[in-house]
Design a protein around this ligand. Structure first.
Ligand code: NAP
Length: 294
């Protein structure tokens, strides 16, 4: 593969091998395989795809997975009861609640009812707060996966200008926090929909992280030649020429930006596989009591 391309698929496969070896070691010692549970409410196609790929990834490393599928009509009280059950089930090391939830359920209330020790998505206020303070915590999977990609691709961060596009709680904001950490030592600018003169800012970036949810938004004129470009976006675009009838594209105009970037993540095969592998890493940590000692 072109050495400009940051191959998230290959890197994630390597990490999966490392996780599988650890899981096999645990089983050899008579310790139960780490167990990740997922809760999915309703019939959202994308959510079903994500949960299915998480299940598959779990099995590929020897972990146990279980999925709780609930109807769209599930009440908030029923969700809270399930969360309480999962918090107390000693066989489950970690679990995720696939978002979005139906509108009649208060997402924040449900997420914050998750026991932080089992919150392998890192979405509870306890884990988010601990991350900001630099304390042991579960870091959300996508930013964690990006940091791993950066490290394993040998991308220098110390003193570099990092521009993050998007300030969501699950991607942009944690990304900005992690990049500005001691040891990573980047200088970070966090941009959002009210940012003025965006291209002037993005052109300052040595590392540009695009997580805005707009397909092909980052064009070549917004990128400094030689920059590293990390594309978080996932967009399913109709494509009658592909066997599946669609193709997956990112927030970056890949063909044009790849011509001037020094390194770039493809979509698919960049950040996506790293997100799933990060969830497995967090589940392993939960099982081992590495973040919150058991
Ligand atoms: P989100 O919650 O919709 O947040 C989007 C952010 O982009 C917001 O902060 C918004 O600003 C900002 N934004 C929107 N339009 C903008 C513009 N014109 N200029 C500058 N900033 C703008 O999205 P998200 O959940 O972070 O996800 C972002 C993308 O990543 C989506 O395509 C999603 O599907 C994808 N994603 C991929 C993975 C993966 O594993 N690869 C994981 C999670 C998400 P305001 O705050 O001002 O509204």
């Amino acid at each position: 593969m072109d050495n400009k391309i940051i191959d998230g698929k290959a890197i994630s496969e390597q990490i999966k091998k490392e996780i599988a070896a650890e899981v096999a070691g645990m089983i050899d010692k008579g310790i139960a395989a780490p167990h990740l549970a997922a809760v999915i409410v309703g019939d959202d196609g994308a959510s079903k795809t994500y949960v299915a790929s998480k299940e598959k990834a779990c099995h590929s490393v020897g972990m146990t997975s279980s999925v709780y599928r609930l109807p769209e009509s599930t009440s908030e009280k029923e969700m809270l009861d399930l969360v309480a059950f999962l918090n107390n089930d000693p066989e489950i090391d970690g679990y995720i609640i696939q978002l979005p939830l139906p509108k009649h359920i208060d997402e924040d209330k449900i997420i914050d009812a998750i026991d932080p020790k089992k919150d392998v998505d890192g979405f509870t206020s306890v884990n988010a707060g601990r991350m900001q303070l630099g304390l042991p915590c579960f870091v959300p999977a996508t930013p964690n996966g990006i940091m791993e990609l950066v490290k394993r691709s040998g991308i220098e961060t110390v003193g570099k200008n990092v521009v993050v596009l998007g300030r969501s709680n699950i991607v942009g904001t944690p990304m900005a926090i992690l990049m500005s950490r001691k040891g990573i030592d980047a200088t970070v600018t966090l941009c959002h929909s009210r940012t003025k003169s965006l291209p002037d800012i993005t052109r300052q970036a040595d590392i540009l992280v695009a997580a805005i949810g707009k397909q092909g938004f980052v064009t070549a004129d917004m990128v400094k030649p030689g920059a590293v470009v990390i594309d978080v976006g996932i967009h399913r675009i109709d494509d009658p020429t592909s066997p599946k009838g669609y193709k997956i594209m990112g927030d970056v105009d890949y063909d044009e930006v790849a011509k001037i970037a020094s390194k770039i993540t493809p979509v698919p095969g960049g950040v996506g596989p790293m997100t799933i592998v990060s969830l497995l890493q967090n589940t392993l940590k939960a099982a081992k009591g590495e973040v919150y000692p058991k």
